[in-house]
Design a protein around this ligand. Sequence first.
Ligand SMILES: NC(=O)c1ccc[n+]([C@@H]2O[C@H](COP(=O)([O-])OP(=O)(O)OC[C@H]3O[C@@H](n4cnc5c(N)ncnc54)[C@H](O)[C@@H]3O)[C@@H](O)[C@H]2O)c1
Ligand SMILES: O=C(O)CC[C@@H](O)C(=O)O
Length: 390
Amino acid sequence: MYKIKLYNNIAPIGIQQFTADYEVGDDIENEDAILVRSANLHNIEYSDHLKCIARAGAGTNNIDIDACTQRGIVVFNTPGANSNAVKELVFAGMLLASRDIYGGISWAKTQQNNENLAKDMEKQKKKYAGTELNQKTLGVIGCGAIGVQVANLALRFGMKVRGYDPFMSIDAAWNLSRYVHHDSDIDDLFRNSDFITIHIPLNEKTKNTINKETIAQMKDGVKILNFARGGLVNNDDILEALNTGKVAKYVTDFPTPELVNHPNVIAIPHLGASTAESEENCAIKAAQETMHYLQYGNIRNSVNFPDCYMDFNAPFRICVIHHNVPKMISQITNSLSHDNANIENLMNKSRNEIAYTILDLDKEASPETIQKIEAIPGVVKARTYRRQPL
Ligand SMILES: NC(=O)c1ccc[n+]([C@@H]2O[C@H](COP(=O)([O-])OP(=O)(O)OC[C@H]3O[C@@H](n4cnc5c(N)ncnc54)[C@H](O)[C@@H]3O)[C@@H](O)[C@H]2O)c1
Ligand SMILES: O=C(O)CC[C@@H](O)C(=O)O
């Protein structure tokens, strides 16, 4: 029986993926795996049995990735599973930043006793007039799952689009329209955009990407959208720029108390991925990644381990997490001689300092063999698997 601990509300359809071999709940102890959305897992005590954490979503800054890697805990996310939901809200944000829809609706709500409403609203409406997206320039920082979709849709709104992403994946590049202007220097994007939208992960390098200096390069009256993470934008600097009018609007999915009452901040309470479709996509993907890892040792969509997966055709399997250093494979295979097991298939992949080896065997490795493997300097963990239907 595998034990799955839930943090946050995970869509029921995701939990339904788990078979009778799984015990799933938010009060589980000695968990083999965690399913989480945005709950902060930094500084929590993990069970000694914990093998993986699946983030039902994209951002993993709520998890201490380095600590997990050192302990041999595989962290998954669900790339692209919520990107459509975020894309749609970005466009809602752009429209709200261009036209005072919110002000107009709020005024209309106060008119329930006005018998002259039809006439009065024609007078009132000039207060809520705005501008169009058509022909404006949108700068997209980060052309991954979300950025690409935002860029492509903006073209269909008649916008001119510029994109900046020095680490863009080949998949993302295939999906990005060729009509998106490629900025290799982020300053060109800052200087030439009427709207700037940011879609990159938050980490030590990207923190405060939007700050006093970068804002200074932007057009007067620029509108900035942040549906990625609050820490990417320096709050003090953006508030100052909103006060001077340098920045006309700041649309953020990550409001903080000092931002929420500013008249030119459009604060949304982290709703980017909050659609039934996206919550279901993320939950299903996170559950499947977890099951494939726990039952087969296969790794797909990890943020700290290499992708490493093989069809499980042999009767037995060993998976070894080890440091990415010489002579590991030979030491692991030597240890198997004890059981006289034949290796039917082998895969080894590495990512930075860590590596992962899958060995498919005709015989089950004995506990002594696993102990021997785990005693090899540089080995973090070894686990055995028996072939079973998923
Ligand atoms: N508001 C929400 O509910 C919500 C939902 C999903 C994702 N997010 C946030 O949005 C971020 C992006 O999500 P995604 O699904 O597009 O992720 P993704 O991994 O598909 O794309 C991120 C892109 O950012 C690029 N990148 C990384 N560092 C960069 C830098 N310094 N400059 C420019 N580009 C850089 C990467 O190359 C990648 O292409 C996530 O990390 C998450 O924090 C928020
Ligand atoms: O789970 C959510 O609601 C938000 C997820 C989002 O911030 C993400 O990074 O995928």
